[in-house]
Design a protein around this ligand. Structure first.
Ligand SMILES: Cc1cc2nc3c(=O)[nH]c(=O)nc-3n(C[C@H](O)[C@H](O)[C@H](O)COP(=O)(O)O)c2cc1C
Length: 384
């Protein structure tokens, strides 16, 4: 498949499904329990309607924005995601390079599968690092030193993972959560893996080996287990980390305020793409209260369910500084490596530009409440 065939995020998902063994596709695509929060994240965008303005010209809209002092060519960042090397040999380096070429930031997860000193040179100034610290503060210290040494200036701390969510697709596929492919389940997974010879070949060429005695090299990922941060740990991190600090994974306004009080520079309104607590509030529904509580003190980033340029515009109109995407770029990566990620970003850029153009909005910085309305007839049909 050629990356150029990806016209939108849904295409990328379809191609990813064809490229990956089901166990890996499900790891990306799945969420906790009945996956209601994941779907709620997506459908919440239908609760907001755009109100386009007419006859204001047709100039090319300005998509540039500034996030934590860094200028970005579009307000879409790549969220931290684990195990990216299982999706394509281009892995985290390919992701970082695609983002940097597009003029935006990518966030490297602690459990991405590639060390920070290998990835940072691919995206100077545009790579952030996301911290999990299952070993507590003592485990975090050496990792922070490595991150700083690699020249990364922004640290993202994910606080929504005191334990891993109940990912039932992974259970059903026989891979314990956290995802693990080893001797015990290799026989069961064999047929679905062999059904994707292109993926097996690519993995083998990139040096990932399946051995009966060991889990896949580098992917036993015990570190993916819980990362139980508390607010005093955030205050401690604030003292340790000289650069910018972002707290990811809040939906309660009080938690955003707690992060701001501990000196965070930004929060990410996120429920981990519905992969943690199923039944928790859709992120778009949580966004306005967070913006009202801390929007003047810290930058408010947003993720969950962004699949179209219109979704980016709606989140920005509700007060987000910028958004992050998770699954969309992973699908692009699986479908076409670095070029696939680039194509997903290009499609969102094109869609966002067209959204603003058709809405008569000159720039992403102009997006505010005046461009949206609750969808449906609020309080019944209006009188005529
Ligand atoms: C396969 C996968 C792995 C993820 N791994 C991490 C991770 O290691 N650290 C983290 O903070 N968030 C992780 N996330 C959550 C994303 O950063 C992000 O919050 C979420 O994907 C956004 O929702 P979306 O996928 O609907 O865009 C992961 C998400 C997916 C889909």
């Amino acid at each position: 498949m050629r990356a150029k065939q990806i016209t939108n995020v849904a295409d990328a998902r379809r191609f990813a499904r064809r490229a990956l063994p089901r166990v890996v596709f499900d790891y990306i695509d799945g969420a906790a329990d009945d996956e209601r929060t994941m779907h709620a994240n997506e459908s919440a965008f239908d609760d907001v309607a755009l109100v386009p303005r007419m006859a204001v010209g047709g100039e090319t809209p300005d998509l540039t924005t500034s996030v934590l002092g860094t200028s970005l060519s579009l307000p879409v960042l790549l969220a931290p995601c684990g195990l990216v090397r299982l999706m394509h040999p281009d892995g985290a380096v390919g992701v970082a390079r695609a983002a940097a070429h597009a003029g935006t930031v990518s966030v490297l997860s602690t459990v991405a599968g590639s060390p920070v000193d290998e990835v940072a040179p691919a995206a100077p100034g545009l790579l952030w690092f996301q911290l999990y610290a299952p070993g507590g503060r003592r485990g975090a210290e050496p990792l922070l030193a490595k991150v700083a040494e690699a020249g990364v200036e922004v640290l993202v701390v994910t606080v929504d993972t005191p334990a891993l969510g109940n990912r039932e697709r992974d259970r059903r596929n026989g891979v314990a959560s956290p995802l693990r492919i080893d001797a015990r389940n290799a026989a069961r997974l064999g047929p679905q893996i062999l059904a994707r010879p292109g993926w097996v070949y690519a993995m083998a060429r990139s040096g990932i080996r399946f051995s009966p005695a060991h889990s896949v090299d580098g992917f036993s990922m015990l570190s993916m287990a819980s990362s139980p941060f508390r607010w005093d740990d955030i205050a401690w991190l604030r003292e340790q980390w000289p650069g910018k600090l972002v707290v990811k994974g809040v939906v309660a306004a009080a938690d955003a305020a707690a992060a701001a009080e501990r000196g965070a520079d930004a929060v990410v309104v996120s429920n981990h793409g519905g992969r943690q607590l199923d039944g928790s509030v859709a992120t778009l529904h949580a966004l306005p209260a967070v913006v009202a509580a801390v929007g003047t003190r810290v930058e408010v980033l947003f993720d969950g369910g962004i699949r179209r340029g219109t979704h980016v515009a709606k989140a920005l109109a509700l007060g987000a500084t910028a958004v992050m995407i998770g699954r969309p770029y992973l699908w692009g990566l699986a479908a076409g490596g670095e070029a696939g990620v680039a194509q997903v970003l290009a499609s969102l850029r094109r869609e966002l530009a067209q959204t603003l153009l058709l809405a008569g909005c000159p720039s992403v910085g102009d997006l505010d409440r005046s461009w949206i309305t609750p969808a449906g007839f609020v309080g019944g049909l209006p009188e005529t």
